[in-house]
Design a protein around this ligand. Structure first.
Ligand code: 5AD
Ligand code: SF4
Length: 486
């Protein structure tokens, strides 16, 4: 936790009116929340527990770390399941199945609440930036106590107090962000790696995508704040960081003193103590030569570029408002491969976009084969209300979407398998991340190119960068062994 913020919390005078400036106001409310949580814990005769369930992308994972940071700082202990005194759903709305999953889980949480007096349930994140979802929760999930959006996450201490002090449903959704508030506590999921937000929101308006509507316009954090956070993380034992933005390539254009993403990345490379730097997600339309140069020149930057293709058909790309062509994408991928040896290129592909036919899918598969993606996340197009693509008349029937999806998936699996195989026998540095979920005698490690390798070992290895030989390729991952010093 940030020391200066903790000082503000400890100095808060709860007998005076709440301060009007930030982050002093949140520090004041966090101090109040501590009192409320303590009193409730005393009344219950046990510590209060909290749980945050996260859906969606790395951005949400990072936001959840902020929410958990505040909950812990308020005095909650971590619950091992959703049966907790304070339960938060941090939601995603990028595809309809994400929404449906949250509603299913919320229904079950309602049952838990019946058996747990005083339980509070909060819903936040992208899904509740849409009015229709808020209405649905108000009508059909009336047991929910708190709803807050993506732009006002930094006010969570304030909402936490409001929620603990009242019985009604507290709803605070803003349609845009007023500022970027630094300094609130963050509880990192991993002690050795962390995400670092560099920008929030997106200005691209790809025609299928809800993100610009729920995350708002792009806002960049000041380089000074980003570098300060990276240095603090490194001092705290973090060896790997991932710089996060919806479109990292347009980072810094909105700053008073503009700074390109390549320039920022170069500065982050100089932060002492870091061993590996990742970033997510660049848009192919403006990935600069300078960025490729910076990656090539700095081994500390992961040999991995996640470059969302979405479609290989020029016709569909135009309708998606992606602003590049199939050939431009392929040349970009070739340039990256030529200048950054051993780089892995992964992608996102949407299948079943309005008007999409077998001929368009042929183009997508052609790109998959020519680029030879190391991995690809393939999604069935999901119609998002309010986006231009939702109004297109030639929506593809579900069965047809599934058929097209399977065609792409087969091609993706073939190329990924071939690509991974070429690394068999090599020795590479890998960051030991966790005990393997299926076999506890194995430790799961991550290579610079983002592939996983499972090696025999024990938990004492976790957080270390180790030389690992890739013994056996299993498609998307390897079995390997740590090379011991001779
Ligand atoms: N339907 C399906 N997939 C989508 N994505 C974004 N919007 C949609 C949608 N409406 C995918 C894109 C993006 C990834 C994060 O989610 O491929 O890159
Ligand atoms: Fe959505 Fe396109 Fe922005 Fe990515 S770049 S968040 S796909 S609008």
């Amino acid at each position: 936790m940030n020391d200066s913020f903790e000082t503000l919390v400890q100095q808060a005078d709860l007998h005076s009116p709440a301060p009007e400036t930030e982050p002093a106001r949140q520090a004041f409310d966090l101090a109040r929340a501590r009192e409320l949580v303590r009193a409730r814990g005393l009344a219950a005769g046990r510590p209060l527990t909290a749980r945050v369930e996260t859906f969606g992308c790395q951005m949400n994972a990072r936001d959840s770390e902020k929410i958990i940071g505040i909950l812990r700082s308020a005095g909650f202990t971590d619950a091992s399941s959703e049966d907790a005194d304070f339960l938060v759903y941090n939601t995603c709305t990028v595809r309809d199945n994400a929404d449906q999953r949250v509603f299913g889980r919320l229904g079950r949480a309602g049952h838990l609440k019946r058996n747990r007096p005083g339980m509070k349930i909060a819903v936040c994140g992208c899904m509740v930036q849409e009015q229709t979802n808020v209405e649905k929760i108000r009508k059909s999930y009336r047991f929910v106590d708190l709803i807050f959006g993506t732009h006002n996450l930094y006010r969570f201490p304030e909402y936490l107090c409001a929620c603990l002090e009242s019985e009604g449903m507290v709803i605070e959704i803003w349609d845009r962000a007023d500022r970027i508030v630094e300094a609130l506590p963050v509880a990192r999921k991993y002690p050795f790696k962390s995400g670092v937000n560099i920008s929030f929101g997106c200005n691209n308006f790809c025609s299928y995508c809800i993100v610009p509507y729920v995350r708002g316009r792009e806002r960049s954090r000041a380089p000074r704040d980003i570098l300060h956070e990276c240095a603090q993380l490194a001092a705290d034992g973090v060896v790997e960081i991932m710089l996060l933005g919806q479109n990292v390539n347009s980072y810094g254009r909105d700053l008073d003193t503009p700074c390109s993403f390549a320039e920022l990345l170069e500065q982050v490379c100089r932060v002492e103590g870091l061993r590996r730097i990742r970033f997510m997600t660049p848009h192919p339309k403006d990935l600069s030569d300078d960025l490729i140069r910076v990656i090539a020149e700095n081994e500390i930057i992961a040999r991995h570029v996640h470059l969302p293709l979405q479609s290989g058909s020029d016709r569909i790309l135009r309708r998606m408002n992606r602003r590049y062509t199939k050939e431009q994408y392929i040349s970009l991928a070739e340039k990256i491969r030529a200048r950054i040896p051993d780089v892995s290129i992964t992608t996102d592909i949407i299948v079943g976009f309005p008007g999409e036919t077998d001929a368009d899918i042929d183009d997508t598969i052609d790109v998959v084969r020519r680029v030879g993606f190391d991995n690809a996340f393939t999604f069935i197009y999901s119609k998002r209300a309010g986006t231009p693509a939702a109004k297109m008349e030639d929506q593809v029937p579900e069965a047809e979407k599934n058929r097209l999806f399977n065609r792409v998936l087969t091609a993706v699996q073939e190329t990924a398998h071939t690509r991974a195989g070429r690394l068999t026998g090599r020795v590479m540095e890998a960051l030991a991340e966790e005990v393997n979920l299926k076999d506890s005698s194995l430790i799961t490690c991550r290579l610079s190119n983002n592939m996983l390798v499972h090696v025999p070992g024990d938990p004492s290895m976790i957080g270390k960068m180790l030389p690992v030989r890739l013994d056996e390729c299993r498609g998307f991952y390897f079995f390997g062994s740590v090379i011991l010093d001779s």
